[in-house]
Design a binder for this molecule. Structure first.
Ligand code: UDP
Length: 194
C-alpha cells in the first residue's frame, strides 16, 4: 500500500473497500497481528509534541486518514489521498465483517458501563455478532488489561481511550494478541452507546 507522508507520518493511501479486503486477507493468511490508527489532525499534531506518541503511531501497520482535514493536508502537499476513512465508520464496517466472518470482538475503553452498552447496541445492529468481552478504560490499564483481554482470545480489539492512550497501549501490548486486529477508536463507544 502506497504511503503519503504528512508531518512525517506515513498515511496509507487506500480506499475503504480495498482496506476491508486487506482485513479479510489478514485472517486468511494469519501472519501476525495488525495495528490500525485512524488518524485525525489532532492525532497527527500530537505526534509532533510527543516522541513516545510518535513512536507508537509509527508502530502501526496502517495509519488511515480519519476525516477531511487529513485529505485537505494531502492535497496541499500535492500528494492527494484517495479517500477519507472515518474511525466511527470503520468501526461499523469491521463489526459488519466480524459478524459475517464469525470473528470475535472485544470492546476496551470509555467510562464504566459504556463499553457494555455499546456492545449491546452493536449486537442489535449486527445480530449474531460474537462479543469476546467488554471492559471500561479506567479500572484496568496496562499489563493487567492486556492479560484480561488476551484470556478471551479476541479477533478484533477496539480500544476507545482516546489519543495518546489508546495507541500507546496497543503499541506496547500488541504482541500478546498474535493474530488480532487492534484499532484505536477514540470516543466511538460513547457515540455507539448513546
Ligand atoms: N478514556 C478512557 N480511559 C482514560 C481516558 C479516556 O477510557 O483513561 C475514554 C473516554 O471515556 C472517552 C474516550 O476515552 O470515551 C476518549 O474520547 P475522546 O472523544 O476524547 O477521544 P477522541 O475521539 O477525541 O480521540
Amino acid at each position: 500500500v502506497e504511503k503519503i507522508n504528512i508531518l512525517n507520518i506515513p498515511i496509507s493511501n487506500i480506499r475503504k473497500e480495498k482496506f476491508l479486503h486487506k482485513i479479510e486477507e489478514h485472517f486468511k493468511d494469519s501472519t501476525g497481528n495488525l495495528f490500525i490508527v485512524t488518524a485525525n489532525p489532532e492525532i497527527i499534531m500530537l505526534t509532533k509534541e510527543s516522541k513516545d506518541y510518535q513512536a507508537a503511531v509509527l508502530n502501526a501497520d496502517y495509519v488511515l486518514p480519519d476525516g477531511i482535514g487529513v485529505i485537505i493536508a494531502s492535497k496541499l502537499l500535492k500528494q492527494p489521498l484517495e479517500e477519507k476513512i472515518p474511525g466511527y465508520e470503520l468501526l461499523h464496517d469491521l463489526l459488519a465483517y466480524a459478524r459475517a466472518a464469525e470473528k470475535r470482538v472485544y470492546f476496551y475503553g470509555a467510562k464504566p458501563g459504556i463499553a457494555g452498552k455499546a456492545a449491546e447496541k452493536a449486537f442489535s445492529q449486527y445480530p449474531g455478532l460474537q462479543m469476546a468481552g467488554t471492559m471500561d478504560g479506567y479500572s484496568s490499564k496496562g499489563q493487567e488489561a492486556a492479560d484480561k483481554i488476551a484470556a478471551t482470545n479476541p479477533d478484533f480489539i477496539f480500544v476507545a481511550m482516546g489519543a495518546p492512550l489508546q495507541e500507546q497501549w496497543i503499541a506496547t501490548y500488541r504482541a500478546q494478541f498474535p493474530n488480532a486486529v487492534l484499532v484505536g477508536v477514540g470516543g466511538s463507544f460513547d457515540v455507539l452507546s448513546g
